[in-house]
Design a protein around this ligand. Sequence first.
Ligand code: DSN
Length: 420
Amino acid sequence: MHQPPIPHVASADPEIAELIEGEARRQFEKIRLIPSENYVSVAVLEAAGTVLTNKYSEGYADRRYYEGQQFIDPIEKLAVARAQAVFGVDHANVQPYSGSPANLAVYLAFLQPGETVMGMALPMGGHLTHGWPVSATGKWFRSVQYGVRADTGRVDLDEVRELALRERPKVIFCGGTAIPRTIDFPAFAEIAAEAGAVLVADIAHIAGLIAGGTHPSPVGHAAVITTTTHKTLRGPRGAMIMSTAEHAKAVDKAVFPGLQGGPHNHTTAGIAVALHEAAQPEFRSYAHQVVANAKALAAALLERGYSLVSGGTDNHLILIDLSPQGIAGKPAAKALDRAGLEVNYNTVPFDPRKPFDPSGIRIGTPSITTRGLTQEHMPRIAAWMDEAIIAAVKDDEPSIDRVAGEIRELLTGFPMAGWA
Ligand code: DSN
C-alpha cells in the first residue's frame, strides 16, 4: 500500500488512487536504474503533499505580493539557509519549478537573445537547455557545442578552450545528463576566465554526490550553479540556482518576475526537508555507497563484455553502448523493463543511430542504493541485465519473466519509503 495511505483519494477518485497504488507497487518491485531518479523519504513525501499547495507567494521572503506569508517565509528562508550550508554558497534561489526553467532563468540573467552560449551537445551527454538546437535555448540564442573525445569518451578540454576563445560565449555550461566521469570544474573555470564568460555548473545529476562529498564541488569555480533537487539529492521534483553574492540579484530577478509566478511552496518545504536530510552523516554514507555501487556494477558489466562509454564510471552513472550485443538501446530497455530492470535508452557519443532509437542505455545507482543494495548485489544485477538482453535478442520471453520473478523476490527484503 502507498505510504502515507491515500484513503481520501481512494474514496473521492478511485481511478486515480488505483493508478497511484499501481505506481507505488511498480517502484517497489523493480530494480530502478534510471540515474536521474530516486526514492524520497516519507518525510519529503509528506512535506510535499501539504496545504502549502494552497498558497500564493510571488516575490521573495519579506518582499511578497500577497499577504499571509507568516509560515511560508520561514519555510523558504530555511530552505535557502540549508542550501547555503549544504553547498557552501553565498546565495540560493529555491523557487525554480524544475531544471529546465532554472537553466532558462540563467539565460535571462546573463544573455540577450541572439548572444552566444556554449554547452555540451545533448548526444555527447549534455542537456537540451545547454543550447541544443531543438530547445528554446538553441533557437533563441547562438549556441556552440562541445563534446567528448571518440577515443576516451571524456570531455575534450582542449576543444572546449579552442571553441571558447574562438566563439567568445557569454555563458559556458558544464555538466549534463549522461556524463559518467568527474567534471573538472577548475579547468572549466580557467577556460571561462580566459574567454570572459560566466561559468554555469549544472550539477543536477551529481548534486547529492557533491553534498555527500563524493564529487568535487564547483563552488569557488563556477559563479552560478543550477541543480534539480530530485536526483541524487533525493528531494522532491524542483530546482535551485546558487551563485556568488555578485550574481544574486540577477538570478533572483530572472526567476521572479523574469520567468515564473508564484513558487510551489509545498515543493519548497520538501526541498528544505531533503536538504536537512542531506546535511546528516548518513547522507555522506549514502553518497559514498552510490558511487561504490556504480563502480561495482560497471566492473561486473565489463566482465560480461559490455562496452561502457569512457570505460567505466567515477560517479553514479553508467552509459552502455549495446552495439556489440547486437541489439539497439530501445528494444533492450523495453526488455529490461519487462524483466524488472528499469533503465532508459540513450544515445552514446558519435551514435550512428537516431535519438529515438539509439545504440545505448543509461543506468545508475541512486535508487537501488536508497533501497539498501550494496556492492555485493551488483554482480547479480549485471547478470540479470545480461540474461534479459540475451533473452531479448533471442526473443525468449520466459527467461525475461523468470528474471522479473527473481528480482521481485530479492526486493521484498529491501523496504521502500512510500510503500508498505
Ligand atoms: N531528464 C533528466 C535526466 O533524466 O537526466 C535531464 O533533464
